[in-house]
Design a protein around this ligand. Sequence first.
Ligand code: PEP
Ligand code: CO
Length: 455
Amino acid sequence: MNTLTKQNRNPLSDWSVESWQRKTIRQQATYPDQAALAQAVDRLSTVPPLVTSWEVKRLKHYLAEVQRGERFLIQGGDCAESFADCSSPIISNRLKVLIQMSLVLIHGCRTPVVRVGRFAGQYAKPRSADTETRDGVTLPSFRGEIVNDNDFTEAARVPDPQRMLTAYHHASMTMNFVRALVDGGFADIRHPEYWDLAWVKHSPNANKFHELVEKISESINFAEILAGRAINNLSNVEFFCSHEALHLHYEQALTRQVPRQDGHFNLSTHLPWIGLRTNQMDSAHIELLRGVQNPVGVKIGKETESDHLVDLCRTLNPHDEDGKLVLIHRFGAENIETHLPRLIEVAQKANLKVIWCSDPMHGNTESTSNGYKTRRFENIRKEVEMSIKTHKVNGSHLGGVHLELTGENVTECLGGARALQEADLSKAYTTQVDPRLNYEQALELAFAIKDFYRS
Ligand code: PEP
Ligand code: CO
């Protein structure tokens, strides 16, 4: 083949929804019953999609704005969703936190925001080991509720393909409720009381937030008096969803062609991402996501080599589109200064079109002496601050943040306004995998981000 023909070659001509099966497959469950697996995938291939191609394209348009520095991305939610948490208060509290955080940023940074939940599909988890041993008993690891159950019994840990359908049903219930809330005026700025969390009484951050809402309401009233009419569209808040596209059978079954649209869309979510443990160039996960029209995310960290970054970007954004690729960097507060400038330089030299997003959670995980997996609020805050500064100093910009958070009053991360200590962790430690910011810590981080941008 001569060079010209090579260059004109469609990079996706050798891609199909099944081509990932010829690549190196990591972090997948071993299903004992392959016929049951095939049956579940067949059924999942016929169910209605969870999102539409129009929504996916709208998100890509917003992400192109993020790439140009005209909009900020807030991505957040549970580390691992659970089926039991698919309930009205938990879903609405999570939305409330994301709406409150976005209002702080919109007002503080004078920038529109795009909100992407880590929900409606965040049911699969990568694990560092295939098995777990407790008191001399070894069982398969818990891989998220889309695969098996967290209980430490032999029966609970057997991968069950029917769980893919259960996950789909819970994702669809979640999306249905989110859409109904948003369409029903839940996020209307004229009714900020809708977003108050019932259990928050006299929190300093909540009071700070109420003062901000009061200021905004006064401005709206003033603008309406000037205009002599009501300002419409104030209730128009959009939410998109995202999850780690880890379970490849699930993702394949929901990757479809759509009438009158070119290419394939992953219709299980708006923004699928690839985790750090599956981002190798020979990876089945890269193969599946390189062929979809969705914007996609990929986690990178201190171990990401310069050449790897370039290969990832060229492969996952084969048509060099704007708003297509989100690089979610997670270095840890102590490593970011060493590695981020290097990767920014690589992206600039290779002229890569990327959105930079900071995940200040996954590089800052540690274990306490009493056995809890936790994160220090100070390290999380520091990593976001360093991300904003390092991008600025290097002629780039941070487009957004990717957080693990909840609207519940949990005690999983140390520090923050209430200075949670190690001894407090046992009070309300409910996460299935990683420690999340609670409502107060999340709001405190939003105020901190606003201050970093202002300075
Ligand atoms: C996650 O986002 O929950 C996760 C596992 O992250 P990472 O791939 O960055 O470790
Ligand atoms: Co996590």
